[in-house]
Design a binder for this molecule. Structure first.
Ligand code: URA
Length: 318
């Protein structure tokens, strides 16, 4: 369980204490991963210097909401992350996204604190030089895109040339296919969150084109950014696109062919491994597209999203 010890304890201690506990646990997890320095944004320092916040009437007995005492000044969130989209707040009874009662509910973060923490994380990643070769060869750091409150998060491998150029994940050919898949689910890119295991394009010295798989060292170096993104976004479902994404999130397991379509768990979050869209571009067989679509139907089911007859039959065998 993330951030607190038990439901009983959560009820008994104040929300502020729980937030502190979560922060301490998060810092301890970072320390265990070898992180020795944590950059803290000025807004966060200002917020920490404020008196303890008041507890707002809880949405449910087990899910108190902490309201920050940070003044409602505009949070330094990149414009494309900030617009409220059609995803209802998690505490409401949603039409588009709902969550199974059995799905563990993460401790809700105050939106201002969350946005500030996300902006601070992004700012840190954008100037990262932990992989000197990638920092030297990249055009842009490709941090992630979408709704930071989305219950659905897609994780890919690493930026390619187009993503490196534009600073946004999944904008090339594979990205266009991913966008189609998301739209066929009845969503838009703006309603989900999309990120990669690696935030920089793997370099290909001496070659002007082409991609390569990230090395284990590169993955180990970069993965803390993704862990932090997931910790802040708190998606209800993760989709791992391809074997590298699964490996980054779950460690080495069996191949993606065996794994896809079977629910796994990443820190209490249901994770659906599926094929990477670039595999579907290489292998145009309808049977492979159908498998990915079946995985997406399972994801929609898990989120209690409405599924139309047309969607259900999209790739059905005739
Ligand atoms: N492939 C990925 O895994 N990620 C991208 O962002 C683009 C292509």
């Amino acid at each position: 369980m993330r951030g607190w010890v038990s439901v009983y304890d959560a009820r008994m201690s104040s929300g502020y204490d729980q937030l502190l506990d979560s922060t301490i646990q998060h810092l301890e997890a970072l320390k265990a991963r070898g992180v020795r320095h944590v950059a803290v944004a000025p807004e966060t320092l200002r917020a920490l210097a404020q008196p303890a916040p008041r507890l707002v009437a809880p949405a449910s007995p087990t899910a108190p909401v902490i309201q920050s005492t940070v003044p409602p000044a505009p949070a330094p969130v990149p414009a494309r992350l900030s617009p409220p989209v059609a995803v209802p707040p998690r505490t409401e009874s949603p039409a588009l996204f709902s969550v199974e009662a059995s799905t563990p509910s993460a401790f809700p973060l105050d939106p201002v604190v969350k946005a500030a923490a996300f902006a601070e994380l992004r700012a840190r990643a954008l100037v990262c030089v932990k992989c000197p070769n990638l920092a030297a060869s990249r055009k842009r750091v490709v941090f992630g895109v979408g709704n930071i409150d989305s219950p659905l998060m897609f994780v890919g491998e690493a930026p390619g040339a187009d993503e490196d150029q534009q600073g946004e994940p999944f904008v090339g050919k594979a990205g266009q296919l991913l966008t189609k898949i998301i739209e066929t689910m009845g969503l838009s890119r703006a309603e989900v969150y999309i990120a990669n295991i690696l935030k920089c394009r793997p370099d290909t010295p001496g070659e002007s084109a082409g991609n390569r798989k990230p090395t284990p060292e590169e993955m180990a170096t970069c993965i803390p950014y993704l862990h932090e993104q997931i910790d802040l976004i708190q998606p209800k479902v993760l989709v791992a696109l391809g074997g590298t994404a699964v490996e980054g999130l779950l460690g080495k397991t069996v191949g993606i062919t065996k794994l896809r379509g079977t629910w796994k768990t990443y820190r209490n979050i249901p994770l659906m491994p599926t094929y990477h869209p670039s595999y579907l571009l290489r292998n145009q067989a309808l049977s492979e597209k159908r498998k990915v679509w079946e995985d997406m139907l399972a994801v929609m089911d898990k989120l209690l999203m409405p599924i139309s007859e047309k969607q259900r039959k999209f790739f059905a065998k005739s």
